[in-house]
Design a protein around this ligand. Structure first.
Ligand code: ATP
Length: 366
């Protein structure tokens, strides 16, 4: 049984507003690390707040375990404090007048647990998060990252069955964010908590999640493992949102006279004759290979020639920009390029790495 089940969930903030969340069906499995991923305003936070009980649904139903916690038709609403969930938001308010130890203990005190049990749990969670040495300090005496850990410790101490996190790492610098991601993954393994994590950062979602739910404009676009989302994007939106540098898209329907597009159109029409409506093709930057003197080019590859119009070193890898008659392709490589800007090169792409989308942007069955 899924841990959290959203059925036909809808949220509308006002009579004339568009739906912040529309007809959302989503199952979050027990022990899953689910990332809600999407651009700003797509409805991620609203979804999380509805799961938490901080926002009423306009329609639909949410079930947690065997209990319906919110149902518009059945008139059920379980308030947030009765949902047994831990919440950490972007701004993680610690009590400034309490020590780190007392902050960590806060939720346990509210629950009136015996002192010995509280001490044991606080000790364990502080140790796990590496904040033991700060136990007698106050929040203002800690760095942002350390405070973030205390906020997490406070949540974990009460051992919630579900942990809801809304961009909890957004205030941290890059190095700390990476460290905290590793920590979160470790905590997830250790505590086996079901986690719902909101982020607009595709990289964060890819590194953390067991499952990613991609949203756009209040609608769910795809649910899958990070690999599914990357390797088999359900539509152009997902393909373009996930991946850095972004996927190359060749518009085939627009009738561009660019040599590359003409070639692509004929290649794809032949190869995928069964698909009536090819709108565009997506090519991941790492799927494009430049042909060297000894590179074997597979017979069935999509190939072309182009001018090298840019080389961008990114530290250990390079982004190379190829241009043909107004069309641009970006490719990435980990080998130092032995070519110069202005050179003409041959390139190819293996068919199995291509993504074909129909006129409406949906992935075609290839
Ligand atoms: P972000 O990453 O910027 O936080 P998000 O994906 O979490 O974005 P939401 O905060 O869920 O998006 O917002 C979804 C939509 O609902 C947006 O159009 C937003 O303007 C609107 N919205 C959110 N909260 C309210 C509110 N309290 N009243 C009215 N509209 C709201």
């Amino acid at each position: 049984m899924p841990k959290i089940n959203l059925r036909g969930v809808e949220k509308n903030y006002g009579a004339n507003a568009a739906n912040a969340v529309a007809n959302l069906d989503l199952e979050i499995g027990d022990g899953e690390f689910m990332c809600l991923l999407g651009p700003s305003g797509c409805g991620k936070t609203t979804t999380l707040r509805m799961i938490a009980g901080l926002e009423h649904l306009t329609d639909g139903e949410i079930q947690v375990g065997s209990r319906v916690v919110d149902s518009v038709t059945a008139g059920v609403f379980v308030p947030p404090e009765k949902r047994e969930m831990g919440l950490v938001f972007q701004s993680y308010a610690l009590w400034p007048h309490l020590t780190i130890e007392r902050n960590t203990d806060f939720g346990l005190r509210l629950r009136n647990l015996p002192k010995a049990e509280r001490e044991e749990r606080v000790g364990k969670v502080m140790k796990t998060l590496g904040i033991e040495e700060y136990r007698h300090r106050y929040p203002s005496q800690l760095s942002g990252g350390q405070q973030q850990r205390v906020a997490l410790a406070r949540m974990l101490a009460v051992n919630p069955e579900v942990l809801l996190l809304d961009e909890p790492l957004s205030n941290l610098d890059a190095a700390l964010r990476l460290e905290m991601r590793a920590e979160l993954k470790r905590l997830h393994r250790e505590f086996k908590t079901t986690i719902v994590f909101v982020t607009h950062d595709q990289w964060e979602a890819m590194t953390l999640a067991t499952t990613i739910a991609v949203m756009s404009a209040g609608m769910l676009q795809q649910v899958g493992t990070p690999n599914d989302i990357y390797d088999r994007p359900a539509n152009r939106f997902v393909a373009q949102f996930v991946g850095n540098p972004p996927i190359n898209i060749l518009e085939l329907a627009a009738g561009s006279p660019a040599d590359l597009v003409v070639r692509a159109r004929s290649y794809f029409q032949q190869r995928y004759a069964q698909i009536e409506d090819i709108g565009s093709v997506g090519i991941r930057p790492e799927a494009i290979r430049i042909v060297g003197p000894k590179t074997p080019v597979p017979e069935d590859a999509f190939a072309g020639s182009a001018e090298v119009s840019g080389i961008l070193p990114t530290g250990g890898s390079w982004i190379i920009e190829l241009s043909t008659a107004g069309e641009k392709l970006f490719l990435t490589t980990h080998q130092a390029p032995e070519i110069e800007v202005g050179a003409m090169v041959e390139f190819f792409v293996k068919p199995k790495t291509l993504h074909v989308f129909d006129g409406a942007g949906r992935r075609s069955k290839t």
